[in-house]
Design a protein around this ligand. Structure first.
Ligand SMILES: O=C(O)CCC(=O)C(=O)O
Length: 287
């Protein structure tokens, strides 16, 4: 699925896009499952452990911006990440043994979907080494208008965790006016067709603007790690940890590398999701 040239691009730019990783049949099944899941949010009045809601959400006009940890709710999310095309890409990028760290399905409703401020995923989930990436499976075509991922090429190679704090608390976002060393203006939009997948390095600076199109934008994100990249946070149970192996074998011998770490503490004042965390950022890039 990925050529040698694409693997080199991943290492130098910090991302790569693989085309047609998921076929139309599986994609259509996924869309049906997602629609069924969203029906459950009809009567919700507040975020819960499954759904994160847009500020405009009401009981009668549901507007969900994230399905949290979808792999816990339906087996199709495992079918996708363990499909042959995905396994081929993941093992080329991370090695033979790959574990799922987490997952989320981000939805941006037509003309209204929330922006995500600039951040590095690494600021949320540092590991013992940085053989960690996020897969972005496009459920819809990604266009300049509908708020695609925006990636700052090469930012993962700077070997730095930018400050994601505001007023002394983690807020999950990088202040654009303070961190003028990041080339936000030359960020690359991650465009593609439904079924295409982006793979971005865990330290790559990225964000995304509001959805200004007339259609919903759905992006399924899987956080994947080499099995020997052990998380500094949220480890509790070895059986559960190992049950998230996507391919290959688990290990109790972490590979420890000299990687920059900045812990997300003191914790965010607004907890729940990145959207909530980021509301306390004083200067927002995506107005
Ligand atoms: O949905 C998006 O466009 C960006 C999401 C993202 O970067 C995240 O949830 O960490």
């Amino acid at each position: 699925m990925l050529s040698d040239e694409q693997i080199s691009q991943y290492h130098s730019d910090g991302y790569v896009i693989a085309r047609s990783v998921i076929d139309d049949g599986l994609l259509e099944r996924l869309r049906v499952v997602v629609a069924e899941m969203l029906n459950e949010a009809q009567q919700l009045v507040d975020h819960n452990d499954k759904f994160d809601l847009e500020p405009s959400h009401t009981e009668n006009a549901p507007n969900v911006r994230r399905i949290k940890t979808p792999h816990k709710w339906h087996s199709i999310f495992w079918d996708l990440i363990q499909s042959p095309g995905m396994i081929s890409c993941l093992t080329r990028l991370l090695g033979a043994d790959v574990r799922l760290h987490g997952s989320k399905l981000n939805l941006k409703s037509a003309g209204d979907g929330s922006a995500v401020e600039w951040h590095q995923d690494w600021a949320f989930y540092p590991h013992s080494n940085d053989h960690v990436l996020a897969v972005g499976l496009m459920l819809d075509d990604m266009t300049l208008e509908n708020g695609p991922l925006l990636l700052v090429p090469g930012s993962h190679r700077i070997e730095k965790v930018w400050d994601h704090h505001q007023d002394g608390h983690f807020c999950g976002a990088i202040s654009p006016s303070v961190n003028t060393d990041i080339d936000f203006e030359n960020a690359i939009p991650c465009l593609g067709k439904a079924g295409d997948c982006s793979f971005h390095h865990v330290r790559l600076v990225h964000g995304s603007a509001q959805n200004r199109s007339q259609d919903m934008r759905r992006l399924m994100l899987y956080e994947c790690a080499a099995a020997d990249a052990w998380p500094y946070l949220k480890f509790s149970d070895l059986t559960e940890f190992n049950s998230r192996m996507i391919v290959g074998n688990p290990t109790v011998e972490p590979r420890s590398e000299n990687v920059p770490i900045r812990m997300p503490f003191p914790p965010a004042k607004k907890k729940g999701s990145i959207y909530e965390n980021q509301t306390i950022l004083a200067d927002r890039f995506f107005k």
